[in-house]
Design a protein. Structure first.
Length: 235
């Protein structure tokens, strides 16, 4: 297996992984309580989010794909996407600006996707709970990370359920850690209960915890290389 940049052609594959990997996630269950009645509506929302991330300024995606070195157990004669991650470079330092290069076509696509997303949420999506979605947005756990101005942020990480426990998640996290270390900034994320163990093993620490609903907390975590330390906080 190896990591390569995400391409537009990968979007259907990572949408399938996203649905399979997150359909039983506690946050998904809270935001989309009718997802099992209307799985197609959840799939459409997830694909829309992935398409939006693909053209978001400063957002970069990577996938883990199989290759011939994996042997017969995993290699099926052609490359297969088995995991993905999207990372967002935040900040206004010179290194950040290089990652935040934009294009008019991406800007236009973002505007069109906003309209599509609004229409879908307002008139089409039967899987979501509008009240739970509003409560989650109002809680805004991601705001607890705003004090870290210059940073990479792991927006999403998904691994195919049929390829778990093979180190794929760790590969993607470590790729993000290398990006952060190279830029001399922290790497942050919001973790689910399921993902918290992986991130703790990779050296992340909890920096804030906020209750979203009974039995469900939003946890923000951060990783820093030894060279980074606390230097980026508040800068």
């Amino acid at each position: 297996m190896h990591i390569r940049p995400l391409t537009r052609a990968d979007l259907p594959s990572i949408a399938q992984i996203s649905y399979q990997a997150f359909k039983d996630d506690e946050l998904n269950a809270y935001l989309f309580p009718k997802q099992h009645e209307y799985p197609g509506d959840l799939r459409k929302f997830q694909l829309l989010r992935l398409r939006t991330r693909f053209v978001t300024q400063g957002m970069h995606g990577w996938v883990v794909v199989t290759d011939e070195k994996d042997g017969e157990g995993m290699w099926k004669g052609k490359e297969e996407v088995v995991g993905f991650a999207s990372l967002l470079r935040l900040g206004d330092d010179e290194k950040a600006k290089r990652w935040q290069a934009d294009s008019w076509s991406n800007a236009l696509e973002r505007q069109l996707l906003r309209i599509e997303g609004w229409y879908d949420a307002t008139f089409v999506d039967r899987a979501r709970s509008p009240s739970n979605m509003a409560s989650f947005i109002a809680a805004a756990p991601w705001n607890d990370l705003a004090i870290y101005k210059q940073r990479w942020h792991l927006a999403i990480l998904g691994v195919s359920p049929t390829h778990q426990r093979r180190g794929i998640g760790a590969m993607l996290v470590q790729h993000g850690q290398r990006l952060a270390a190279d830029d001399g900034v922290p790497l942050t994320l919001e973790s689910s209960l399921i993902g918290r163990r992986l991130y703790t093993k990779q050296g992340f620490r909890v920096v804030s915890e906020k209750k979203l609903a009974e039995g469900m907390d939003a946890v923000c975590m951060m990783w820093e290389s030894q060279a980074t330390g606390e230097g980026e906080k508040g800068e």
